[in-house]
Design a protein around this ligand. Structure first.
Ligand code: AP5
Length: 212
């Protein structure tokens, strides 16, 4: 299975990608996680990406496309779920070219639909594990022990771009630069729209039904 999880910031891409990885044995490729790791390790890519990410802007296409192609080649024959890529028409076109070269067309692009008010609620309460990437929420998915990751025991973080001003900017960037990509995949006939409000497991079942 080769899929893309699409949707605005906070729509649950990371949460659902992690569950899909477990259920279907997929490689989970999150450009956001890869970029955050690069920032933490102060690599050349990380130093370039940090200022964009902190403000909630998109990192330039050439940087992100290079990362995605690299990961795509490294997964070999395993199925995959891309989370947060592509986010511009240029990225979608470059992704299609890379997939065609490898003869690995996408099966589906799953679009998680959530209203802005709920997105703001989710992002402002989110905490993430800097070590294994597991997402939490102060109300809807608290860790068993306050501030500590259930999976690996690392101390949870409040992301810089989950502060109010950056959240507002990310939603505007999504509307202007990323939402137009939906029409691109609708034209290819592989877009699946999912109402992504409700229980996390319930949403996973809606996705699984749309994929099977
Ligand atoms: P990225 O990390 O991809 O951020 P994002 O798209 O803004 O998405 P999020 O990670 O914020 O949210 P999500 O949809 O994964 O939701 P989650 O599952 O965590 O990218 C960060 C930055 O990197 C970008 O701003 C950009 O600068 C750069 N970047 C990355 N990719 C790029 C690209 N392709 N091109 C250019 N730049 C790129 O859930 C959110 C919260 O809600 C959690 O607390 C969770 O527990 C909770 N939650 C989840 N589901 C539910 C539910 N059903 N009910 C209640 N709460 C829920």
């Amino acid at each position: 299975m080769r899929i893309v999880l699409f949707g605005p910031p906070g729509s649950g891409k990371g949460t659902q990608a992690s569950l899909l990885r477990e259920r279907y044995g997929l490689a989970h490729i999150s450009t956001g996680d890869i970029l955050r790791e690069a920032v933490a390790n102060k690599t050349e890519v990380g130093l370039k990406a940090k200022s964009y990410m902190d403000k909630g802007e998109l990192v330039p296409d050439d940087v992100v496309i290079a990362i995605a192609k690299d990961k795509l080649e490294s997964v070999g024959d395993q199925g995959f779920v891309f989370d947060g890529f592509p986010r511009t028409i240029a990225q979608a076109q470059a992704f299609d070219r890379a997939l065609a070269e490898l003869q690995k067309p996408l099966d589906a692009v799953v679009n998680l639909r959530v209203e802005d008010e709920e997105l703001v609620r989710r992002l402002s309460g989110r905490r993430v594990c800097p070590s294994c990437g597991e997402p939490y929420h102060t109300d809807s998915k608290p860790p068993a022990a306050d501030g500590v990751c259930d999976k690996c025991g690392a101390e949870l973080l409040h992301r810089e771009d989950d502060r109010p001003e950056a959240i507002r900017n990310r939603l505007a960037v999504y509307a202007n630069q990323t939402e137009p990509v939906l029409a691109y995949y609708e034209n290819q006939g592989i877009l699946k729209n999912i109402e992504a409000v409700g229980g996390i497991d319930q949403i996973l079942e809606r996705i699984a039904e749309a994929l099977e």
